[in-house]
Design a protein around this ligand. Structure first.
Ligand code: FAD
Length: 152
């Protein structure tokens, strides 16, 4: 009977990122997924990820836009955590291999999503979700001794 410290159901961007965090913390992890991880629906995300990383931008502005964009129905505590942590997460993803678009200056480049009051969308051409899925999958392979996948 297999035994694991952590069981994660779903291997899209959320599940794989959670698995990587758990594995990095030393846990033995099982990922259960209906499809192969890199075929998860996250592969369809094209536009990019928002984070208030540019000078002059703020997590509060990102949070306000997100709350407003949800017609004030979003969980504001969750939105605060997401917007506070997003800048460090973008840098972490870049450091582990996501080839985010760069501006002519060499800095990470951004574009503005609809509803955003600043250009804070970080992206990989029109394959942002696919690019991140593959990098997370590669990173999880480093933990092959402690991360097991149960697919399909
Ligand atoms: C066309 C499109 C474009 C998008 N563009 C953007 C964008 O530009 N920026 C952005 O931020 N968001 C975008 N989104 C939204 C974003 O892609 C999703 O919110 C995000 O990818 C969801 O990730 P997830 O890991 O929660 O789910 P998913 O990637 O859907 O993963 C779900 C996982 O659960 C597993 N699963 C499902 N059912 C079962 C079951 N019964 N048993 C076991 N496992 C199961 C699947 O196998 C899969 O691994 C877009 C969405 C779409 C459809």
């Amino acid at each position: 009977m297999p035994a694991h410290d952590v069981l994660i159901i779903g291997a899209g961007l959320a599940g794989q990122r959670a698995a990587l965090a758990a594995a990095d913390a030393g846990a033995s992890v099982a990922i259960l997924s209906k499809v192969h991880p890199v075929r998860s629906h996250s592969v369809a995300a094209a536009g990019g990820i928002n984070a208030a990383l540019n000078p002059g931008d703020s997590w509060e502005s990102h949070a306000y836009d997100t709350v407003k964009g949800s017609d004030y129905l979003g969980d504001q505590d969750a939105i605060e955590i997401m917007c506070r942590e997003a800048p460090a997460e973008i840098l972490h993803l870049e450091h582990i291999g996501v080839t985010f678009h760069r501006a002519d200056s060499g800095h990470l480049g951004t574009r503005a999503f609809g509803g955003a009051s600043a250009a804070r969308t970080f992206y990989v051409a029109d394959i942002t979700g696919q690019a991140i899925l593959h990098v997370l999958y590669e990173q999880l392979m480093k933990h092959h001794e402690t991360v097991d996948r149960y697919e399909e």
